[in-house]
Design a protein around this ligand. Structure first.
Ligand code: FPP
Length: 235
């Protein structure tokens, strides 16, 4: 089915779900644990949701793991998140055949040391031929993505650009636009996430904290998505 099907008001197709994984810190606080523990349990939830996205047959899934603003957090917390990321990347490398997704990192990799950046680039290269996409947004900000894309196009000598050209210069060039963006943790904002790509996305907010967000919660979000009428500006 194509996106056109949606414009007729028929059941919307679901190709790409994106997640703002919020609430790890509060989840830990509620249990008297340091915030870092919330992130560790957040990774557990992340793994279960990635697996579920695989079972659901989605073309793409995107996870907001670390924003350009998250560097402002205490060093101990930033280090803990990076360590969790390194463990996950190491595992992906070791068990490459068990992961069905093409892995893409959204964000500015230049902030990372050679080892971490090398690993990210290797994973992207090794999975490049796969069709379904797992986007991990790391050191990502929507505004910075747009500025980076503009500068790429200017450097390529462009004086005028089309929407398609700008789209192709974004970190998400390989993915369709998100159909559904889910934010856990109760806040009602998109926090600099996929600003361009979210133009026609359906938004779903839940009070569930990310470590408690499991396959059943994703199924509920998707069930609600299927009740929405997507008009893409039409009637
Ligand atoms: C938001 O919760 C969460 C983050 C800023 C980090 C999310 C990171 C992970 C789940 C780990 C990702 C790792 C991999 C391997 C993908 P918060 O800390 O802002 O929670 P709060 O709003 O309750 O304080």
């Amino acid at each position: 089915m194509s996106e056109k099907t949606n414009e007729t008001g028929a059941t919307p197709v679901l190709r790409h779900v994106a997640f703002i994984m919020d609430g790890n810190g509060r989840w830990a606080k509620k249990r008297g644990l340091p915030r870092e523990h919330g992130h560790a349990f957040g990774v557990k939830a992340f793994r279960a949701i990635v697996d579920h996205c695989g079972r659901l047959g989605l073309e793409a899934a995107t996870f907001y793991a670390f924003s350009t603003e998250n560097w402002k957090r205490p060093p101990r917390e930033v280090n803990a998140i990076m360590k969790l990321m390194d463990t996950y990347l190491g595992e992906c490398e070791k068990k490459l055949d068990q992961y069905e997704f093409r892995i893409c990192f959204l964000g500015d990799k230049s902030a990372f040391d050679d080892k971490r950046r090398g690993r990210m680039e290797r994973l992207e290269a090794l999975t490049r031929d796969r069709t379904r996409i797992l986007n991990i947004a790391l050191n990502y900000g929507g505004r910075s993505e747009l500025v980076t894309a503009c500068n790429r196009l200017l450097a390529a000598g462009k004086k005028n650009v089309t929407e398609a050209e700008l789209n192709a210069a974004l970190y998400t060039a390989a993915s369709p636009d998100p159909d559904l963006i889910i934010r856990t943790g109760g806040d009602l904002r998109i926090s600099n996430f996929l600003l361009w790509q979210a133009a026609y996305a359906e938004l779903y907010f839940t009070d569930v904290l990310w470590p408690d967000f499991g396959p059943a919660e994703l199924d509920a979000a998707i069930a609600e998505y299927y009740t929405r009428k997507r008009r893409f500006g039409g009637v």
